[in-house]
Design a binder for this molecule. Structure first.
Ligand SMILES: [Zn+2]
Length: 364
């Protein structure tokens, strides 16, 4: 007797045609995948041909800032980065953030739409200290493992320009946060080598990853990519470093952009970018193939249509569920690092085909 049997789904595996198959779930894990499984189950759901995808990955979120489910609050921070940062910090007490309640509201909405992994940057500064880390951890625990939340200790208000922040980042990493963040080493801290040397030193000593918000554009931004690439290669940190936003990429000359993309791929530096108003988008389709497939642990994603069921592997990968029903090996290595904060089922299972996730997202 298995716990759950999903009949007549079409599991998606990259490069293979969609074929009808049943999926058996036992103990929170995919136990078997195949056509016409001859199994008894406590619960049977007919997917009626729905496509079964891996859990979606949200590689860049700020759960400590959300007011999801709360009252409408207009932006009063103006249009500059500095103004928005100062506004957000100055109104924390008034708005009641960071809030475990708001963060849990957003996580529930994400889970209902099929997201099973979130990387969340958490503000770290002398005013809030590690309060955001505690709030988001509490929110993640309330989801009982439906979403894995990876935390980034993020010096949003400056790292070198703000006394006490390096020590707070150190404390966050010592407390189990697995990734240290940065912000515009040149444009915000005005000391690019100083900020990056500090970040890489922290990451190396704590076995952490790095994820740098980089809004600086043009040749300044491109030069900062090179500084990050140099340090990643020197310290052997391939696969553990990411550049978020990366607004400079869209504005570079094509040859320059290609060289940067190749260098990022060779060094194993991931890019987590987005469309942004006022800056040219990065034409990712023109990048070298190996650059588009750079080995990031947090860049995979998949889409979820209206007739789609999600069998959650909750890993940062697009390769689950496979024909064998096993989750990718990358998952076990990533879980061995600190900073994954989601509460898992008491069985301690890793790759999961969550019944609740599947049923929440397979409605026609
Ligand atoms: Zn961000």
């Amino acid at each position: 007797m298995t716990d759950l049997l999903l009949r007549n789904g079409r599991p998606w595996t990259p490069g293979l045609p969609l074929r009808s198959a049943d999926i058996a779930v036992a103990g929170g894990r995919i136990a078997a995948v195949g056509p016409g499984l001859d199994l008894e189950a406590a619960e049977v759901i007919d997917l009626d041909g729905a496509i079964v995808l891996p859990g979606l990955v949200d590689a860049h979120c700020h759960l400590d800032k959300t007011m999801f489910g709360g009252p409408w609050t207009p932006n009063t921070g103006g249009r500059t980065l500095e103004g928005r940062i100062a506004n957000g910090e100055g109104r924390r007490a008034e708005l009641g953030v960071p809030s475990a309640d708001y963060a849990a509201n957003l996580l529930r909405a994400m889970a209902a739409a099929g997201t099973s992994f979130v990387r969340s940057h958490i503000d770290i500064d002398p005013e809030v200290g590690l309060g955001g880390v505690a709030a988001v951890r509490e929110a993640a625990a309330r989801l009982s493992g439906a979403v894995d939340v990876e935390l980034v200790a993020f010096p949003q208000g400056g790292l070198l320009t703000r006394p006490g922040v390096p020590a707070l980042l150190e404390a966050a990493l010592a407390d189990g946060v697995g990734t240290v963040g940065g912000l515009d080493p040149a444009g915000f801290d005005r000391d690019p080598t100083g900020q990056l040397d500090l970040l890489f030193d922290l990451a190396e000593r704590h076995g952490a990853s790095i994820d740098v918000h980089l809004h600086d554009r043009g040749l300044l931004g491109a030069w900062e990519y090179e500084l990050i690439i140099e340090r990643t290669k020197a310290l052997g940190m391939a696969g553990r470093v990411a550049i978020s936003h990366a607004y400079a990429m869209g504005g570079l000359e094509p040859d320059h952009r290609r060289r940067i993309a190749e260098a990022l791929a060779e060094a194993g530096v991931a890019m987590i970018t987005c469309a942004v108003g006022g800056a040219p988008s990065s034409p990712c389709r023109s990048w070298p193939t190996r650059a588009r497939c750079s080995p990031s642990a947090t860049t995979a994603s998949a889409t979820c249509g209206p007739r789609t069921a999600t069998a959650t592997c909750s890993a940062a990968s697009t390769r689950c569920p496979s024909a064998t029903g096993s989750c990718p090996t990358r998952r076990s290595s990533s879980r061995s690092r600190p900073g994954r904060t989601a509460a898992r089922p008491s069985s301690g299972s890793t790759g999961t085909a969550s019944r609740s996730d599947a049923t929440r997202t397979c409605s026609p």
